[in-house]
Design a protein around this ligand. Structure first.
Ligand code: ASP
Length: 575
């Protein structure tokens, strides 16, 4: 052992002790014959005091790795910025274990380095205490998870990484088989099928900290390989699964950020979330609720009111002064992005409602609007209208989020957690096909089963998402456990008999052998860590992430490979 104590542990109680330390030079100051060094290890920084008239001092520069002996002294004036700030170590011997070149980025919590540089020299970026803190919190989340699930009878089981391609969700990453020319494995998008098979096996409670792979366009909160806390149970109903998961979240929040999550968490159905917040992942840290104002204009014959089945509004208090042209142009862009063709802004000032839409209102309608929205001076009203429910609500929901950010309405001292339940079972693709909203194994509500034949778009799923601070932080569902129903869903999704056999034959066969009712959930470990470490960049909570182009600037994958490797895999690159 090269040390007797960690640097960050030194306190007044250690004064007088002889210590042996290791660490990297974070900072160096010369004061004549006195040299001060801030020595950093994983636990923190301690100030070293070196008298060059008394000991031999080798050349020391930033990020040199040192081994020192010394005695702990109380400082005359404490440094409140450091946890160790009341003491320093007077050095009696100092050795350089290894030198360092000038680093390409500043190794401190604050660094001005571009993210590409940080990713290229990730091993140095990870020397920054703030980055280490994020990885340590991540490890705490994982530790709490293992403890909780173990205590609750869950068995950790690994599932394969080389799996069968079952296209339908996101795009698969494929791995060519050397032994089977022309055949491919797929990296798992999630362990979904395996965890359901484990329920059929009778293991009852499975979990895994699972790596998942999806070849999708990347975003600030998305990586091609990411991690889920994945679990599945048999014989529990939806309520029991949500309660069990709440217990896990409570433990994680308490042990990671010392936040005592009030339980039970609020629950909204998908329909309630959409109609109140214009989102299936609403952030409840601010209000700005949506109000349906269609009824006010029941007798208005103008096409704006007649053609738009959905006319809805949000009121933003005290916004009139700040709602400048520039701000509004931004909102126009958002409305466009969400295909919200008809949207308008009104101001309430000097007791009057002002805005281009107002000329279409009767005096009675203006009064009704004032009353319904409880308008006062300087309020702003955003109105969204559309024949399509999704365009109106998601569009206004996006504006709601933007307004909250612009007006700083979000209290970042609290966490907003809620369940969103009863999602539609299907979505309609751009080509008008039915696609599974969650995945094809999700169980429909029993009372909606008849609708599968008549109006499948109306069928609700026994599916749930956990939403944290406006992020979808996880989701799951009860699963179908009846072979015929599973086949019916595959067929509704446009799969032929042969396609079902080819892709899911083994899975459907397993349903013949006493499948238990089961369900589960997967929580996004990366997103949860983002939220609990206060970053909105997923790359900050992954030790070695890819950039937005899916490239690692450090090791440079993806790369070309040797011709021989391609030959072995029976592959040829076609330009
Ligand atoms: N496997 C699902 C997913 O990755 C989660 C689940 O249904 O348990 O979204």
């Amino acid at each position: 052992m090269l040390r007797t104590i960690y640097n960050g542990q030194l306190r007044l109680s250690n004064v007088g002790q002889n210590v042996e330390l290791v660490g990297w030079v974070a900072k160096k100051r010369n004061l004549g014959s006195l040299l001060f060094i801030d020595l950093r290890d994983r636990t923190g920084i301690i100030q070293l005091l070196i008298n060059s008239e008394q000991i031999v001092v080798p050349d020391v520069r930033n990020e040199y790795l040192l081994h020192v002996f010394g005695v702990v002294k109380q400082k005359a004036v404490a440094n409140n910025l450091l946890a160790t700030g009341e003491v320093e170590v007077e050095v009696s011997k100092l050795e350089v274990i290894n030198k360092a070149e000038t680093t390409p980025l500043i190794i401190a919590n604050e660094t001005d380095a571009l993210e590409e540089v940080r990713l290229k020299y990730r091993y140095l970026d990870l020397r920054r205490p703030t980055m280490q803190d994020k990885l340590i919190k991540r490890a705490q989340i994982v530790r709490s998870t293992h403890q909780y699930l173990d205590q609750n009878g869950f068995i950790e089981i690994e599932t394969p990484i080389l799996t069968k391609s079952t296209p339908g969700g996101a795009r698969d990453f494929l791995v060519a088989s050397r032994l089977h020319p022309g055949s491919f494995y797929a990296l798992p998008q999630s362990p979904q099928i395996y965890k359901q098979l484990l329920m059929i096996s009778g293991l009852e409670r499975y979990y895994q900290i699972a790596k998942c792979f999806r070849d999708e366009d990347l975003r600030a909160d998305r990586q091609p390989d990411f991690t889920q806390i994945d679990l599945e149970t048999s014989f529990l109903n939806q309520d029991e699964i949500l309660t069990l998961t709440e217990g896990l979240l409570h433990k994680i929040f308490l042990e990671t950020v010392n936040y005592d999550l009030p339980l039970p968490l609020p629950r909204l159905t998908y329909e309630q979330a959409l109609h109140t917040y214009g989102s299936d992942k609403p952030d409840l840290r601010y209000g700005l609720k949506i109000v349906n104002i269609k009824d006010i204009f029941e007798n208005n014959q103008n096409t704006f009111f007649v053609d738009n089945t959905h006319i809805i509004a949000i009121k933003v208090a005290n916004f009139a002064e700040q709602a400048t042209r520039k701000v509004l142009d931004n909102y126009n862009l958002t409305a466009k992005k969400f295909k919200l063709a008809s949207y308008a802004m009104l101001k309430y000032s000097s007791g009057e409602l002002v805005g281009s839409l107002v000329k279409l209102f009767s005096a009675q309608e203006i009064l009704a609007l004032k009353t319904k929205l409880d308008l006062t001076e300087h309020d702003v009203v955003f109105i969204a209208a559309s024949p399509l429910e999704d365009a109106a609500y998601f569009g206004l929901g996006a504006l709601r989020t933007q307004v909250a950010k612009d007006l700083n309405l979000i209290d970042d001292q609290i966490y907003s957690l809620l369940w969103v339940t009863d999602f539609p079972l299907f979505e309609t693709s751009d080509e008008g096909r039915l696609v599974a909203a969650h995945h094809p194994f999700t169980r429909p509500h029993d009372e909606d089963l008849a609708l599968l034949k008549t109006n499948p778009a109306q069928v609700r799923a026994q599916a749930y998402d956990i939403v944290i601070n406006g992020y979808e932080a996880g989701g799951g569902s009860l699963r179908i456990y009846d072979r015929d129903l599973q086949n019916q869903i595959f067929t509704l999704l446009g799969m032929s008999e042969e396609a079902i056999r080819f892709k899911f034959g083994f899975f459907v066969d397993a349903f013949n052998y006493g499948t238990p009712p089961h369900g589960g959930i997967a929580l996004g470990l990366d997103r949860m860590t983002m939220i609990l470490t206060g970053t909105d960049n997923i790359r900050d909570v992954i030790a070695f992430p890819k950039n937005l182009a899916g490239v690692s600037p450090m090791s440079e994958e993806p790369t070309t490979v040797d011709q021989q490797q391609l030959i072995d895999l029976h592959l040829k690159i076609v330009e």
